[in-house]
Design a protein around this ligand. Sequence first.
Ligand SMILES: C[S@@+](CC[C@H](N)C(=O)[O-])C[C@H]1O[C@@H](n2cnc3c(N)ncnc32)[C@H](O)[C@@H]1O
Length: 301
Amino acid sequence: MNDGTSRYRDPASAPDYGHGFHAGNVGDAWKHLGLVEALRLSRPADGPMHYVESHAGEGRYRLGSTGEWSAGVERVAAAVDAAPPGAPEPVARWIELCRRLGYAGRSSTWAGSPEIARTLLGPGDRLSLRERDPRAHASLARLVADDPRVRVSLGDGLAALAEEARAAESAAASVLVLVDPPWTAKEDWIRVPDALADAVAATTRATFLLWYPVKSLTRPNAMLARLASRGLRSTVAELVTTPLELRRGGLNGSGLLAVRPPDGWTASMAASAPFVGAACATRRGAWSLRLLDSGDPPTGA
Ligand SMILES: C[S@@+](CC[C@H](N)C(=O)[O-])C[C@H]1O[C@@H](n2cnc3c(N)ncnc32)[C@H](O)[C@@H]1O
């Protein structure tokens, strides 16, 4: 488990990213809410489902006494408690799941996306998880060791993305792929959309969800334009909780880009955004949702 403090005496051996520090933040909230809805709505009437994740993380994180979670899940959970039965169903469902998986505020545990998928999938379903950092991979492998449905691989999830998705599609009635990179390098804004476009081209039915951070719209818009130039059809649900002109260097929001989303997914995100946005807005009432369907030109600058 990652408690957000460094375990690496030699900085050269440290990974360039540890998710523990960010666990439960507003980006995780938007991503996990969208993931829960995609898993629920992609469930086939018949036959197995296959969940693929290219950047799986450690699986579980210990929340400290303070941290980014207090401006993310904590605020949404408090708003749900203050609003029954007023919270939109997807939000109430996701918060209930967080609690079932151990979330209870400070010093509790935070279930990562592989834990969410393991919980919502059935006994005949499959999960293929990939993680590049050896220590995160070891934590994840320990966590799922007793689950025969799960295969965990150590390696580059982007390089394997097209092949993993194609192989999953050949054996499952429904496939959901989550791509959740750390976005630590500028080149990610080229490498990630290119790998996604290749994987979409290698498949015919799989649903893809890509999470990305929003600091300003410059990089997200360039990425969307790059994907459009590859002919990729997608839906984007982007939630901004700090006005972009106020804090250009921070995480002001995040987007989920969905390729072949299941019916109802976009409506779930649109219904959830006002509640999550109002709860997490760093300036009271100042949140915004950008919904795009491919073909629409990116808006904003
Ligand atoms: C944002 S975290 C994943 C969080 C997880 N999806 C969740 O929601 O609980 C990103 C993870 O990707 C890993 N990573 C970075 N580059 C990678 C790559 N090319 N292939 C696979 N994993 C990678 C990092 O070590 C980190 O654990």
